[in-house]
Design a protein around this ligand. Sequence first.
Ligand SMILES: O=c1ccn([C@@H]2O[C@H](COP(=O)(O)O)[C@@H](O)[C@H]2O)c(=O)[nH]1
Length: 250
Amino acid sequence: MADAERTTTAMEPTLDPAEWIILALDRGDAEAALALVAAVPELRWVKVGLELFTAAGPAVVRELRRRGLRVFLDLKFHDIPATMAGACRSAARLGAELITVHACAGSEALAAAQAAAEEGAAEEGLGAPTLLAVTVLTSWDPDRFHRELAIEPPLETYAGQLAALAAAAGLNGAVCSPLEVARLRAALPRPFALVTPGIRPAGSDTADQRRVMTPAEAVAAGASRLVIGRPISGAADPAAAFAACCAELG
Ligand SMILES: O=c1ccn([C@@H]2O[C@H](COP(=O)(O)O)[C@@H](O)[C@H]2O)c(=O)[nH]1
């Protein structure tokens, strides 16, 4: 997509199933990440997370964009307002179209991050990225969540509160598990983006994910985009695994 075409409506649903899937490039170096990308030619979106960014830095984001891919920079910023703002400005200047921040950083930090991301993108002549507020990580199961964090409301209520906080601070999206999507979508209609990791095609290994759905279930529940990592990246044939996920959505 040409930079000039980018807008904050980047999260609107499309009819092309390949547009729904964001492949998590959880790899320890740029070479491995780029090899994975090359193995899945139909890819449109990739996610650069903590593992790859810590190893390969901004250069790998630039290279992915140079290859025509849309980048979700998933560094889950959680800090004081000035630091969140600076990080989001830099991420936006890199050309990331989706950027994660932790909702529990609070409204002042979220608003500062949103403003700085918009400014950073404009400085580069880019459309504004969509900031996604992480609610409750998909690796938490409700029992452990209550026991270890001593948070009283039900997990899905708490996730809804965090998403509402982010929306009130001016953000246009959130990350949640597919199990919370229907509830959050009722309160936060499109174009608010609800991006869901915790996606597992039927029969695949859930590994450390605790709140999961299949690709088709997540989209039916109201997800805007699906983040899928190991079910594709760990498959013997990643292109075939990606195609199977697309077929579920088509
Ligand atoms: O709540 C969250 C937020 C982010 N993630 C990230 O998504 C992918 C999921 O990978 P799988 O291999 O499909 O489990 C991974 O990069 C996480 O950092 C998440 O899982 N849950």
